[in-house]
Design a protein around this ligand. Structure first.
Ligand code: NAP
Ligand code: ZN
Ligand code: ZN
Length: 353
């Protein structure tokens, strides 16, 4: 077994602290990755605080993992020692059901193996995520990270990137489309960059006036503050597509009013509580309200290659792991520009002392 240093939440809402666990020895199809960076997703906070229910503790969060391949099993062909590799939100699935065969492993009928806060497919062995020094993953669930992408800034692509790329593709985002991005955090800022790169005319809808200059630098043509009087009225019927990344409860009806007839609003943010939606908010205008969950492995690879081609990465604030609890507090205040990424050297150094 491979002894691994990490940071874990010992119980719901408790501060993260140093923790040690063991990974399996890499098998013939496995890749051992020496983790360099791991992004901090708001889903880490929701789960470490058990806001969605069913959290498993101790929990080592982290599903935006980038590192160097340290060892490969004898049957591994996708990666070799020294390659830059990534791991996102899942580490396995049954690989045989219809969704798995359609490259939609996140909808595996047996239930995917989440990178953390879950179990391996044996449904016994707990999974521990990327706030750690190394990970062992079947090559089927690894990603090749194109050289030329800065590894710290590319880490958030493994969740924030694919979670926004996938709905933009599903809803055929293209040149001239008017796209509203709601919430300018980790997911939101990737949605802006990606939609703009696809030729869309992007407007950011934010609660923070202070993010306007950044929004425009990231590629937005419009910026509106949803808390200000008259904003929803002014934008009524404007958007073809809205990507909603807000992590807290909010009134979907108001946001739906900004869609054109036949427009779609896609929820990617996961507020812990449900919100009522009025039938007329959808009926008037034949509007669609949809959701989108991360993306399959093949689409994640497509997104990474797309980002390499278009030179798209995340805007990151790199932190030592010792600052993780502070980073969570700042994210809860929407004070992140625009993704915290943990430099795992800070954990290795501390462990060596
Ligand atoms: P984040 O970096 O914290 O960004 C969330 C943004 O939402 C904030 O920056 C803020 O933007 C806005 N916001 C926060 N609280 C708000 C409130 N009370 N009212 C209005 N706006 C508010 O979070 P993230 O990592 O991007 O994640 C966003 C959500 O997506 C989380 O719920 C996460 O769990 C979920 N998620 C879903 C998937 C999926 O597969 N569907 C994958 C990853 C994450 P402004 O300052 O601009 O207002
Ligand atoms: Zn995530
Ligand atoms: Zn399956």
């Amino acid at each position: 077994m491979l002894k691994t240093q990490a940071y874990a939440a010992p119980a719901a809402g408790k501060p993260l602290a140093p923790f040690t666990f063991e990974h399996r020895e890499p098998g013939p199809h496995d890749v051992l990755i020496d983790i360099l960076y791991c992004g901090v997703c708001h889903s880490d906070i929701h789960q470490a605080r058990d806001e969605w229910g069913g959290s498993i503790f101790p929990m080592v969060p982290g599903h935006e993992i980038i590192g160097r391949v340290k060892q490969v099993g004898q049957h591994v062909t996708k990666l070799k020692v020294g390659d830059m590799a990534g791991v996102g939100c899942m580490v396995d699935s049954c690989r045989d059901c219809q969704p798995c065969r359609q490259d939609l492993e996140m909808f595996c009928e047996k239930g995917m193996a989440l990178t953390y806060n879950g179990t391996q497919m044996d449904r016994k062995t707990p999974t521990y995520g990327g706030y750690s020094t190394q990970v062992v993953v079947s090559e089927r669930f690894t990603l090749k990270v194109p050289e030329g992408l800065d590894p710290a800034a590319a880490a958030p692509l493994l969740c924030a990137g694919i979670t926004t790329y996938s709905p933009l593709r599903q809803w055929n985002c293209k040149k001239g489309d008017r796209v509203g991005v709601v919430g300018l955090g980790g997911l939101g800022h990737m949605a802006v960059k990606l939609a703009a790169s696809m030729g869309a005319e992007v407007t950011v809808l934010s609660t923070s006036r202070s993010k306007e200059a950044d929004a425009r630098r990231l590629g937005a043509r419009g910026f509106e503050v949803t808390k200000e009087e008259g904003t929803f009225k002014k934008l009524a019927g404007k958007f073809d597509l809205i990507i909603d990344t807000i992590s807290a409860p909010h009134d979907y009806n108001q946001y739906l009013s900004m869609l054109r007839p036949l427009g779609a609003m896609v929820l990617v943010g996961v507020p812990p509580q449900p919100t009522p939606v009025a039938a007329f908010a959808l009926i008037n205008g034949n509007k669609r309200l949809a959701g989108s969950s991360i993306g399959g492995i093949a689409e994640t690879q497509e997104m990474l290659d797309y980002c390499a081609k278009h030179q798209i990465v995340s805007d990151v604030e790199v932190i030592p792991i010792q600052k993780i609890n502070e980073a969570y507090e700042r994210m809860l205040k929407s004070d992140v520009r625009y993704r915290f990424v943990i430099d795992m050297a800070s954990l290795k150094d501390a462990a060596a002392r």
